[in-house]
Structure formats: C-alpha cells, structure tokens
Design a protein around this ligand. Structure first.
Ligand code: SF4
Length: 425
C-alpha cells in the first residue's frame, strides 16, 4: 500500500465546484485514460457539437487531451458547473489529473508528501476539511499515479523510487536528511511575531548559513538540531533594520526579476487569457516592456488591472493578519511538502529550488502591490499567489537552462537578497 507522509493540519480543502480548473487547464491523458473515454461513446450532441478528445503537439510530442470549447472550458463541463463524465459514468471514470487537482503528490523516499495548487480558490482560501481527512483518497491517487506514470516502486512498495534531490556541496543526502533540511529551513516562517517579508528574508539568511555546513556526516536528527540552533539566533540577529539596510536591487537584478515576473504572469489559455490571444507581435511588445520596466504593465493575465510598473515599487504598510497567514501557509506547504525542488520542480537541486522559491515570493509581493489597488487586500493576496503558483513547478520555461542561469546570476551576485529585502519590505 502507498504511504502518505503526515499531512499538514494548517491546510484545508474541499472542492466547491467553482469550475475554475475545468476552464483553466488542458488535461493531458494517458493512453489508458484516452481509451476509457473513447469507450464511453460520447456523441457530439452531448458535448456541444465537439469531439471529446483532440491531439496536441508536434510529430514527436503528440499528446491526447480533453477537448475544450472556444472559451477554453472543458467539453464535459455542464451549464451548472458539474462534470458530465462524472454524472454519467461516476467519479472513478474521470482521468487522474481531474481527480487529483489541486493536490500534488511528491515521491519523497519512504512515502509521498502532498502539496497543494493555489490556483484552486478553495486551496488558497483553505476552505473545507483539513488535509488529514483526505488521506484515504490520496492513498488511492498515489497508487493510480504510480501505475499511470509506470514508476518503479521502492523496495517496500510504499512509494515511487525516486532519487533525493542533489544538495549542492553535500553529496548523496538521502530523503530523510533532505526532509529534515527542508523542515529546518521553514522554521523562521513559524515566528508569527515577525512580518512575512522578514520571515522569508530570514529563510534566505538561514539557507546561506546551511549551504556552508557539511551535512553529509550528520544524521537527520542532527540536521534538525543544527537548523533549530541556527534559526533560533535569527530573531535577535536579523531584524527589519537589516532588510532596510540591504541595497536596492541593481539594474541586472531588476531586469532578470521582471523577466521572471513576465513568465509568471503569462496566461495563454482559458477565460483569464491575457495578451497571448492577440498574437506574437503583442507578446513581443510585452516582453520589451518588461525589459524596460516603464509605463503600463502589459496585460499578460486578465486579472491584472490597469497599472504602471511604478506601482509594484511602492512601499507596503503592515500587511493585514489574514494576508500574513495566507503567505505563511503557502510557504509552509511548499517547504513542508518538498514541492520546491527535485521531482516536482524540474528536478532542480535543493538550493537552486530554494533560490527560485525566494524569487517567486518576491514576484508574488510585487504582484500583490499591483493588485491591491483595485481589490480588497485578501483577494489581492490570493490572486497573487494563484497567478504565480499556476507556473511554479508546471511551466517548463521556469526550468530551462536560460532561466536557471538567471537564478544563478541573481544568487551569486547578491541580487536575490536585495530582491527579497526590497519586495518583502
Ligand atoms: S478549482 Fe478547486 S474548487 Fe474549483 S472546481 Fe476545481 S477543484 Fe473544485
């Protein structure tokens, strides 16, 4: 039986049938899932004149996906937000991606960790039953995922056999040690007396201290202890003044940051599609605007208000407590589930994944500044998390060589620290 590692109680979820996922995403099918849908014998009359399936991609990357209406919504979505396949053939007949969303299963050695996609409003709002109450279906999903992806089970048959992410500077750390390191790295996030920007800045400082440590000779318990000692000193040694004294990001830092922001804002599919609907010339113009960082922010996503780049640079007064909590929960989930590196983040090594995650935080805070001018603060926070989370771990561009080089440049030149201090302040 598949083992699900202890599930966090800070996160709740239940589907509230808002239909967002059925409008926003293309569902790629395994050959068995595609055949199962063909065997259901859907007629065009039942699906608004469309076929249930279509193919996508070139000669060597052809995939079968569920067909969509012109507005981007799934052909199986009915007028009341329900799934026609579920209604006619039952829940189990649906493809795994539809059942699994918004959960993310991460193979981490002896069991699966579970992350959450905040593109689902019920996930970002933490609406529903606490995650531990979803244990039984999650076990089934893990079994199904293992078979669907033809993954090799570990020797005890409790999880897929996947190598632990590389921890740069420390060869061959196993999953137990990597889990201890991730848990320790998240310790600054638990300090609710400090604002989230300062907490994330302390994560960055803790990461730079731990990067220098020789962890290979320590067992998981000792890594726990080391993290607790280093994190314990942070509230006294790293305060708001340290963030304020950090120099502002330089030109290269800002250009690479805005380039990352452009990637994270771009919405190419579904009802919130932005400029992508206007063709390549519009996208090229938008890319130039993000390099310049002046004037109006191109509408890469429908949720973006009319705003200028300057708005993203405005200082933020104290965040409301509920906004603090939603950012805290998001990052505790990312670190706790190990979704921030390895198999669910383009196989990125551990510290590289930490750097990208800190950059993602800076992008979300920048976006929060822009959104809150036109909507309540909590809605702005949830939308900022949702827009960016749509890409985190799912948009392959974030894992390309060019982007990884950009993260390395930002990290090695101190620009990452400046960006987190600047946008987290
Ligand atoms: S986005 Fe979330 S709440 Fe909405 S239908 Fe999908 S799973 Fe349910």
């Amino acid at each position: 039986m598949q083992t699900i590692l202890p599930l966090p109680t800070i996160q709740s979820w239940d589907c509230h049938t808002c239909g967002t996922c059925c409008k926003e995403y293309l569902v790629t099918l395994s050959p068995a899932e595609a055949q199962r849908i063909r065997d259901q014998n859907w007629t065009k009359e039942e699906l608004g004149g469309l076929d249930p399936l279509r193919t996508k991609g070139g000669l060597f990357s052809k995939k079968t996906v569920i067909n969509h209406n012109a507005d981007g919504s799934c052909v199986f979505l009915d007028g009341s937000g329900r799934c026609k396949m579920h209604a006619k053939h039952g829940y189990e007949s649906k493809p795994l991606p539809c059942k699994l969303f918004p959960f993310v299963l991460i193979p981490t050695g002896r069991g699966w960790s579970v992350g959450m996609r905040y593109a689902c409003p019920s996930a970002s709002g933490s609406l529903g039953r606490p995650m531990p109450e979803h244990l039984v279906p999650l076990r089934k999903f893990a079994e199904e995922l293992l078979n669907r992806e033809e993954m090799t089970p570990n020797p005890s048959g409790t999880c897929a056999q996947v190598d632990a992410p590389i921890v740069e500077g420390n060869k061959g750390l196993d999953w137990e040690k990597v889990r201890a390191l991730a848990k320790g790295l998240a310790l600054p996030l638990l300090d609710r007396d400090s604002p989230i920007g300062l907490r994330m800045f302390r994560v960055l400082i803790l990461a730079s201290d731990l990067r220098k440590a020789k962890l290979a000779n320590l067992d998981a318990g000792k890594i726990d202890d080391l993290c607790a000692i280093l994190a314990g000193h942070l509230p006294a040694s790293i305060g708001k003044d340290r963030m304020e004294q950090t120099p502002k990001p330089g030109w290269i830092g800002r250009v690479l940051f805005r380039q990352l922001a452009a990637i994270c804002l771009r919405k190419d599919h579904g009802p919130n599609r932005g400029l992508a609907g206007q063709g390549r010339v519009a996208l090229f113009g938008a890319a130039l605007s993000f390099v310049r960082g002046k004037g109006a922010i191109p509408k890469m996503h429908k949720w973006l208000p009319d705003a200028k780049f300057d708005v993203g640079e405005l200082a933020v007064e104290e965040l409301p407590p509920e906004v603090e909590r939603v950012f805290e929960r998001y990052y505790l989930m990312k670190f706790g589930s190990l979704q921030f590196c390895g198999p669910t983040l383009f196989n990125m090594p551990f510290w590289e994944g930490v750097d990208l995650t800190l950059l993602i935080f800076a992008v979300q805070m920048w976006l929060y500044r822009i959104l809150r001018g036109s909507m309540p603060e909590m809605e702005a926070a949830q939308k900022a998390l949702s827009i960016v989370d749509d890409h985190y771990g799912f948009n392959r561009v974030l894992g390309t060589f060019r982007q990884r080089l950009a993260y390395q440049i930002l990290g090695s030149t101190g620009q990452l620290e400046r960006l987190v201090a600047h946008y987290g302040a």
